[in-house]
Design a protein around this ligand. Structure first.
Ligand SMILES: [Zn+2]
Length: 103
């Protein structure tokens, strides 16, 4: 019984460390050369919208998008690496906006 708990505890600690490591990976999207970014509501992916980029940050000589205006309420949304999107919770239900990858 005691040993079983120990293994379980160890597993939990490992999972915690793994998640922490995973969250550290910065997957913030880059700003394209032309600065044109399209986003889509993850619940309505057929309708891409032109995004209003509010804030960028330079990383490794490239610009990454730090903040985008919510297309519905204008709230400044920040990148959430866990959801891999920009999240707005200011207008009703939580909305997740993903960056539309340009070809
Ligand atoms: Zn909003």
């Amino acid at each position: 019984m005691g040993r079983r708990q120990t293994l379980m505890e160890r597993y939990k600690i490992q999972m915690k460390a793994y998640r922490k490591k995973k969250m550290k990976v910065d997957n913030t999207p880059f700003l394209p050369e032309d600065g044109v970014v399209y986003i889509m509501d993850s619940l309505n992916p057929e309708k891409p919208m032109r995004a209003v980029v509010l804030k960028t940050r330079t990383k490794q000589h490239r610009k990454i998008i730090e903040s985008i205006a919510c297309p519905v309420c204008g709230n400044a949304m920040e990148w959430d690496s866990k959801w891999e999107g920009f999240i707005c919770e200011k207008h009703g239900k939580r909305a997740i906006y993903e960056i539309v990858k340009q070809k």
